[in-house]
Ligand binder design. Structure first.
Ligand code: ZN
Length: 670
């Protein structure tokens, strides 16, 4: 797969998209803000005893002040615990009825200043985004959760943000030498160091939960249950595999049961490339949920760890967990040098042999190969070119197509004067709203006392994009003097959109008969929507000729030739969404043939048919087409006639039901 050119990722436009995408993904979580602040250049790499370090301490205290108290109550500043060359930030959320028992949750906030591998001459700041702004964000996520009165902990929660971890675990070492609450009352320590990071593209869905055996079977079971609450594969490994490389090792040395959540050292480790652009916020979101899940059982008293320093150094279960990871990583073997490839492959073979021999055969002779091989592979994983290996963009799109029956009240099949104000706010729940029969009243209104209603929908819409309605011809267009109305096609969306282009059908049938289509310029409209940076989809909205006579059918056949031609004039392999009022009944053989011809000419799929919605006769439709780069998968189809789009007596708000389709979208790898 392609690698990022780091320099290209600093444009402000792209950064705005990144911010917006991450915020959307995190659903308003604070983690994105925490990580972006702590890893910003202003914090200058957060080296101990620097202005940047003080900024980081102040940020933590600002966040903690409304939700916790300083834990160093004997000091002038209860938030800080100073020691030789550094400052830990320490806070407590008091427990209710088990307040003398403590659960410690922590991460180091310090980093290397400018003392790391410099990848570009212009960038001297070691931002430490995944080492360890993300770990700090995980602790803060747990703290925010437990500070909610609904989640009030029974046990007290000690929040520890270590300094000088990067100098040899000195902050946590200073703490255990001078603990703020008795270590004997500290039932467990949950440590986060390097979160939201990917070792390889093939290992995006992998993480590690290390050393839970130090808390005995109850703690191990709680960690297992917490990690299994998310799709992320957090492999549980014995303490030795953490190589003593974070503060958990100090707490274990002090007899506190600990678990170490980490993504291990990838290719950006201790380089200037470890900045916001390499953070996998989707992964971090899962890790924070795991942290909250684990902390819940610990703080409510249902899980009581007991320190166990007697567990075996490594177990058969370690071999099974490592085998799974190594097997996945072989997919990315070509990222490494031939010599390193041979080392990884050799370890894969060794570990396969150990696993195949079975648990009963696992013994001390397996320890050397297991530990040595794992150590060698970890070193190799940190060698490649710095890359976040972030997943390609993906998301879900709520598409609504709705014929709102917006002709003047006396002509409409619905009751638009009463119902349009009811419809307006309901549209805001959808990412893409395709409207038919929605016209804007002219100003001044020469139709008076008649009017149309689109301006009511426009006023109620909070979408960032609203199409500019086509003006009403009102009989003044010489090409169709019978036409009073324009196409009635409008759209609202929260996605970036190009201006809408409109094409009227070249023919129509009927003025006082044949469904009176010649009273309007019906047709189709198109615009290009942006799903993510560089990811666009063409979206069409159409309203076909109505009526069931032979002349209507003939016009309808011609109708569908026209958008098919427009679609086929798009660049090859363009992804596409088409919604609208098709006036094609799936149960009518003539209509079904017209639809089939259109689908075949455009390679579109009807979402209703794909989902076996059972209502293919319905004339309102949403069609989609994937491309090689962008895959659409329909997740749901609904024609809402009973719940939301109804009035106070349960009657639908239009003579058509709105069709709501949820499309999953996924950009292809590479
Ligand atoms: Zn670290």
């Amino acid at each position: 797969m392609g690698r990022w050119v780091r320099g290209s990722f600093t444009g402000s436009g792209l950064r705005v998209v990144l911010v917006a995408t991450a915020l959307a993904m995190l659903g308003g979580s604070c983690a994105f803000i925490d990580v972006s602040v702590l890893s910003s250049d202003a914090y200058d790499g957060r080296a101990n005893n620097t202005a940047g370090s003080v900024l980081a301490q102040d940020y933590l205290i600002d966040v903690l002040t409304p939700i916790a108290s300083g834990a160093n109550t004997g000091a002038a500043d209860p938030w800080r615990q100073t020691f030789a060359g550094g400052t830990n930030v320490v806070a407590v959320i008091p427990g209710t009825d088990l307040a003398d028992e403590y659960v410690m949750i922590g991460a180091h906030y310090d980093h290397l200043g400018s003392a790391c591998d410099q990848l570009e001459p212009s960038d001297t700041v070691c931002n430490g985004a995944t080492d360890n702004a993300t770990g700090v964000a995980a602790v803060l996520a747990v703290a925010r959760h437990l500070a909610n009165p609904a989640n009030a902990p029974r046990r007290s929660v000690l929040l520890t943000f270590w300094d000088r971890e990067e100098d040899g675990l000195l902050g946590s070492t200073a703490y255990v030498a001078d603990p703020l609450v008795p270590l004997a009352d500290t039932l467990a320590y949950i440590n986060f160091d390097i979160q939201g990071a990917n070792l390889l593209p093939s290992l995006r869905n992998y993480s590690f939960a290390i050393a839970s055996e130090t808390g005995g079977p109850a703690f191990e079971a709680a960690v297992k249950s917490a990690v299994e609450s998310q799709p992320l594969q957090s492999q549980r490994l014995s303490s030795i595999f953490g190589q003593g490389r974070s503060d958990y090792a100090v707490l274990i040395g002090a007899g506190v049961p600990s678990v170490f959540f980490t993504d291990a050292n990838g290719p950006c480790y201790h380089t200037t490339g470890d900045d916001l652009s390499v953070v996998d916020f989707g992964k971090l979101d899962q890790q924070m949920k795991i942290a909250i899940e684990l902390s819940t059982g610990l703080v409510d008293g249902s899980v009581t760890p007991t320190f166990d320093g007697s567990a075996p150094v490594a177990t058969y279960a370690d071999a099974v967990a490592l085998e799974a990871i190594i097997a996945e990583s072989l997919a990315d073997l070509d990222l490494f040098s031939p010599a390193d490839q041979a080392t990884v492959q050799a370890f894969a073979n060794t570990i396969d042999g150990i696993v195949t021999d079975g648990e009963a055969a696992f013994g001390s002779d397996d320890l050397g190969p297991l530990l040595g091989g794992a150590s060698a592979v970890v070193s190799i994983l940190a060698t490649g070119e710095c890359d976040g290996f972030l997943p390609p963009p993906s998301g879900q799109l709520d598409v609504l197509t709705y014929n709102v029956a917006g002709l003047p009240e006396v002509l409409s099949g619905g009751s638009p004067a009463v119902n349009t104000p009811l419809i307006a706010p309901l549209l805001n729940d959808f990412d893409v709203v395709l409207l038919q029969e929605s016209w804007r009243t002219p100003v001044p209104n020469t139709l008076d006392p008649l009017r149309v209603y689109h301006e009511i929908l426009e006023a109620g819409s909070t979408h960032s994009f609203q199409s500019v309605p086509a003006p009403l011809p009102l009989g003044n267009d010489p090409s169709r003097p019978t036409a009073q109305f324009s196409d009635g096609l409008n759209r609202f969306t929260n996605l970036d959109s190009t201006a809408v282009t409109r094409s009227a059908w070249t023919s129509c049938n009927g003025v006082a008969d044949g469904a009176s289509d010649c009273l309007a310029f019906k047709g189709f409209s198109m615009s290009t929507l942006t799903l993510a940076e560089g990811v666009t989809v063409e979206v069409a909205n159409l309203h076909a000729e109505a009526g069931g006579g032979a002349a209507d059918e003939a016009v309808r056949v011609q109708n569908y030739v026209e958008p098919a031609a427009a679609i086929n004039a798009l660049p090859a392999d363009s992804p596409l969404i088409v919604g609208g009022d098709f006036n094609l009944h799936g149960d009518d053989p003539v209509d079904a043939a017209v639809l089939a011809t259109f689908l075949s000419a455009t390679s579109l799929t009807d979402a209703c048919a794909a989902l076996v919605c059972g209502d293919t006769d319905r004339i309102d439709r949403v069609l989609y087409r994937s491309s090689a780069d962008l895959a659409f998968t329909p997740l749901s189809w609904e024609a809402d006639g009973t719940t939301t789009f109804v009035d106070g007596s349960g009657t639908p708000l239009s003579d058509h039901l709105p069709i709501h389709v949820v499309l999953d979208w996924q950009v292809a790898e590479g």
